[in-house]
Design a protein around this ligand. Sequence first.
Ligand code: ADP
Ligand code: TRP
Length: 318
Amino acid sequence: MSNKKTLLSGVKPTGRPHIGNYFGAMKQFVDMQEEYQCMFFLADYHALNFIQDKEEMKQQIIDLALDYLALGLDPQKSLIYKQSDVPEHGELTWIFDTITTMPYLERSHAYKDAIANGKEITVGLFNYPMLMAADILLYDIDIVPVGQDQKQHIEYARDTALKFNHVFKSEVLKLPEAKIIEDVAVVPGIDGRKMSKSYGNTIPLFASDAEIEKAVMSIVTDSGSEKPENVYAIHRLFKTEEELAPLYEEHKGKYKALKEALIVDLKAFITPLREKRAQLASDTDYVLDVLKEGGQRAREKAMKKMDEVREAVGVKLY
Ligand code: ADP
Ligand code: TRP
């Protein structure tokens, strides 16, 4: 048995990742594979709150699996699986529901935001924190790397583990720690606001050359300054200050030339990723095998933990 600490994180298969997601989160996942025993899953049952179309769901799952593999998540090192292959996630959620009160869930920021925006809330969305707690607590996880916006969800998981252990006088569930990924300064989008799928201001991580050119040429620049800040902030992800200084000195105030230089650097970064992804996409059987095998291995772990949970609550009679 490895004595490495365990790490788990999940992403909902709900859209194309962008360079903000990569530098803010996914890059760290790839790097952490060496130091931790990692589990990375596709949160498809969470996504079901948002995607309710069979063909789209299938496509989104395969797309996210391709993204994971193309970025360098390695099935030899990490467990890669989808949530729906481990029905114990749903079973444990039910048990948590029985020890959790409505007012406690009503304090969730995500829930309050949805209410404030006049959204109709499904029971699934309301209960999102309990499914997320189960995602983590089934596997005795030490560390959960997430963005700042997910911090409260990890608190819910910790509280729920404590409550379960207290109510059932057990020590079955392990308390996880959030590892908040320090935002690589928030990556700005092409309009200068935070790059986000919901603002439509992204540079997709697997963009085509034409998409890269179009996105960079539309980066908003304010004509007052000699250095286009929004261009520079993205450029800094690929080159050091020292490398960029002579370029920005030479092309002071010449936004087009600076954007062209950024396009060259973006293409150099994205092209190999895109090619790797295309190569993987030509063999979806391999991708499905990775998910299937990962699902089986994750399920073995989850079944063991559920056995302890059933024992603790008193329903395990044989
Ligand atoms: P989006 O805002 O595009 O919907 P998500 O909320 O799905 O992105 O974020 C997934 C992960 O990527 C989170 O861990 C988040 O912290 C990180 N992330 C998203 N956008 C950025 C950004 N512009 N800069 C840095 N990190 C980001
Ligand atoms: N809620 C996370 C998000 O929206 C995804 C997620 C689901 C997750 N379950 C998780 C992340 C468990 C970490 C651990 O980004």
